[in-house]
Design a protein around this ligand. Structure first.
Ligand code: FAD
Ligand code: NAP
Length: 344
């Protein structure tokens, strides 16, 4: 466990942004992680946690100590007729865990091929094709940065919401997740509501669909539509899909009858029904799809994904992001929110 000074993170983020950390260290045990936290205290360094760097905008210089989990274990905790409970270390690659999870139970298949690590999955409550990881998390083990103590949080403590959790709010930069306890139903009940997966419904009804085939289908759809960061630098969806009220939606429909929207239920604070609007469509209507603005642009097959060329910097990304936010605000009176977090 070495503290490396002036560590180059350019290869450690999927946007390929040139970036150096004042100090960097990977840990492969709880004790090493605690020792790093104490070392940071002693040297007056602030702590930041890096996973696979697939949901971050890295600043050119990152002050403090960047830590990364290299813990890679799976432990079957217990099993009942209905469920398996499995602890998975934060450093495990997410897609590898999805492939492995079907040996224990089900539910994670729709989340196949999402880049990154298990430790980061709860941070933004990763979701795809109608499934959110929060549905399958029972507990989270973390080490807090103040005392370097191990704590366990329940699902409720994590305050999971749409692409959000306590780890983006109260716990932000205050703790490192070391492992996650998944509770997986042992029966395979595929969720096929999203249009691209619905063609599997007849197979599922005939009980001819298995978990491997569902994972393969999700991978096929994603590969056909989303850029692989190994070939085209990106951080996935750049904006969250906005949630608007039914009255706002009705007003927009007068001008844009085809605006894609999905029911999002009610908020406790008011009685009005709310709708999720596809941010990619809003961005496309504003003319950004497939267009480059210097070294950054919006992907030709999905306008929600910002792509970057070699040499792009956080500043280029922020400048295009601002242009899009103000154009969408002007055209639709909707405020877009950036999904990847700034790492500085
Ligand atoms: P990082 O980007 O390294 O970190 C993200 C945040 O989590 C940071 O704030 C970091 O400090 C924090 N963090 C990381 N590890 C820990 C830890 N152990 N403890 C505490 N905090 C930690 N997201 C979706 O929700 N659904 C998708 O379908 C999806 N598809 C994507 C497709 C592509 C091509 C790409 C590039 C991204 C996609 N994403 C998607 C976004 C991203 O993959 C996920 O958010 C993923 O969980 C990020 O994991 P990471 O390990 O790369 O985290
Ligand atoms: P898509 O299928 O083109 O759909 C566009 C948007 O419409 C999605 O963002 C999705 O919202 C919403 N949507 C579609 N069908 C829906 C339904 N039946 N019910 C409710 N909402 C519906 O999206 P895509 O870009 O190809 O992505 C496919 C899935 O992978 C999506 O779930 C997306 O979130 C996920 N993904 C996420 C990221 C990321 O970085 N966060 C990157 C790539 C893909 P939701 O986004 O809320 O699902």
């Amino acid at each position: 466990m070495n503290l490396i000074k002036n560590y180059d993170l350019t290869q450690s983020n999927t946007l390929g942004l040139a970036s150096k950390a004042e100090c960097f260290a990977a840990f492969s045990s709880i004790e090493q992680c605690q020792a790093l936290i104490l070392a940071a205290h002693n040297q007056g360094l602030k702590l930041k946690v890096l996973g696979g760097g697939s949901n971050l905008i890295l600043a050119p210089k990152i002050s403090g100590l960047v830590i990364q989990s290299d813990m890679q274990d799976f432990t079957l905790h217990k099993q009942s007729d209905e469920f398996s409970w499995v602890w998975v270390d934060a450093g495990v690659n997410w897609h590898n865990w999805v492939n492995k999870s079907i040996e224990f139970g089900h539910g994670l298949e729709n989340l196949a091929l999402i880049p990154g690590t298990v430790g980061a999955a709860p941070v933004q409550n990763i979701g795809a094709y109608g499934v959110e990881v929060a549905e399958f998390i029972e507990q989270i083990e973390l080490i807090d940065f103040k005392e370097a103590h191990i704590q366990t949080l329940s699902n409720e403590d994590c305050q999971f919401a749409y692409r959000d959790s306590a780890f983006k709010q109260n716990f932000k930069d205050k703790a490192v997740i070391t492992r996650v306890l998944f509770k997986l139903p042992r029966a395979f009940k595929p969720k096929l509501d999203y249009a691209p997966l619905s063609e599997l419904k007849p197979q599922a009804e005939a009980r001819e669909l298995n978990a491997q085939a569902l994972i393969a289908k999700v991978c096929e759809i994603r590969n056909s539509k989303l850029p692989d960061p190994k070939h085209i630098a990106n951080a996935g969806s750049f904006f969250k899909n906005p949630i608007i009220s039914s009255s706002q939606l009705e007003a927009l429909k007068e001008q844009y009858p085809n605006i894609p929207h999905y029911s999002y239920g009610h908020y406790a604070s008011d009685d009005e029904q709310h709708f999720k609007v596809a941010a990619g469509w809003l961005i496309e209507q504003c003319g950004f799809k497939g267009k480059w603005h210097g070294k950054v642009g919006m992907y030709e097959k999905q306008a929600l994904v910002m792509v970057a060329r070699q040499g792009a910097a956080a500043q280029d990304i922020q400048s295009l992001s601002q242009k899009i936010i103000s154009q969408v605000q002007q055209s639709f009176q909707i405020q877009l929110e950036v999904e990847p977090q700034l790492f500085n």
